[in-house]
Design a protein around this ligand. Structure first.
Ligand code: HEC
Length: 226
C-alpha cells in the first residue's frame, strides 16, 4: 500500500469525491439490494490481517471495481487483488470480471510495521475498458459501497525489543546497558542509520532489512530497555 505515489491529479480526486457524495445519498437505501462491503475490523494494527469482503445478493453481469484511498493516493485492485496506482486516462483495472452471488474476498494482507493511516475502500460496478472516474455514467452509482479502516502502527516499545534481539544482539549483546561497541549511541535512530550507511563494524548489510519505523522502535527500546 505504500507503493509508488498515485499519478492521480486533482480532477480524478474530485471525480471520486463526487462519486462518494453520490454514495452518501444512495447507498443507505440501495446497499442491501446489491452488495455489502465489509472489512475484518474497523481498526487493524501492524502484524494483523486486513481482509475486505463483498457479499453479493445477486450475480452481476458488469465489472466490479475496488478503489482504495490511502495516504493521498488512489489505487485500484486488479483481478489478482494487487494494488495499482490510479492512472488518469487509462482503462481502470477491474477486480471482478463478473461477480457471482455470494462472498468475494477483494483484498487480504498482513499490515506491515510502520504502516499507519486511514484506508478507505470503495466498490462499485460498471462498464469496463474505460477510465471509470473520468467517464460519466461508467459506474452504477447505486452499487457504490464504502468501508473505512484505520491502520495502526504497532506501538514502538512493543516490537523494539524483538527487533533488537533479531538484528543487533548478535554483535552488541542482549543488554544495551553494557554498551558493547557503543550501542547506547543507538538511542538516536539517526546515529544507527548513519553507522549502517557507513558500514561501521560491518553493519551495512542491515540497510535493506530495517525500515525507518523499525529504527525508531529499536532506538526507543535501547533508550529504555526493560
Ligand atoms: C555485524 C555485527 C553488528 C550488527 C548486526 C550490528 N552492529 Fe552496530 N556496530 C557493530 C560494531 C563492530 C560497531 C563498532 C564499530 C566501531 O566502533 O568502529 C557498531 C557500532 C554501532 C553504533 C555506534 C555508532 C557510532 O557512531 O559510534 C550504533 C549506534 C550501532 N552499532 C547500532 C546498532 C543497531 C541498532 C543494530 C541493530 C539494528 C546494530 N548496530 C547491529 C557491529 C554490529
Amino acid at each position: 500500500m505504500n507503493t509508488t505515489r498515485s499519478k492521480a491529479g486533482r480532477p480524478a480526486r474530485a471525480a471520486l469525491a463526487l462519486a462518494l457524495c453520490g454514495l452518501l445519498g444512495i447507498a443507505a437505501a440501495a446497499s442491501s439490494a446489491f452488495a455489502q462491503l465489509s472489512a475484518s475490523a474497523g481498526s487493524v494494527s501492524a502484524g494483523q490481517n486486513l481482509t475486505v469482503t463483498l457479499d453479493l445478493a445477486n450475480a452481476r453481469a458488469d465489472s466490479g471495481y475496488v478503489a482504495l484511498m490511502f495516504g493521498g493516493g488512489i489505487y485500484f485492485l486488479d483481478e489478482n487483488g494487487a494494488l495499482q496506482p490510479y492512472q488518469a486516462g487509462a482503462p481502470t483495472p477491474r477486480r471482478l470480471a463478473q461477480g457471482g452471488a455470494g462472498r468475494h474476498t477483494l483484498f487480504s494482507m498482513t499490515i506491515p510495521a510502520g504502516l499507519a493511516g486511514q484506508a478507505d475502500f470503495y466498490t462499485a460496478f460498471g462498464q469496463s475498458g474505460v477510465d471509470v472516474l473520468a467517464t460519466p455514467g461508467a459506474l452504477d452509482m447505486s452499487s457504490l459501497q464504502h468501508v473505512g479502516v484505520t491502520l495502526t502502527a504497532a506501538a514502538a516499545s512493543a516490537d523494539g525489543k524483538a527487533l533488537y534481539m533479531q538484528h543487533c544482539a548478535v554483535c552488541h549483546g542482549g543488554n544495551p546497558l553494557a554498551n558493547t561497541d557503543n550501542i547506547l549511541a543507538g538511542r538516536d535512530a539517526a546515529k544507527t542509520r548513519q553507522a549502517i550507511v557507513e558500514d561501521t563494524g560491518g553493519m551495512g548489510y542491515l540497510q535493506s532489512f530495517i525500515t525507518d519505523a523499525e529504527h525508531a522502535a529499536i532506538a526507543a527500546w535501547i533508550a529504555n530497555p526493560t
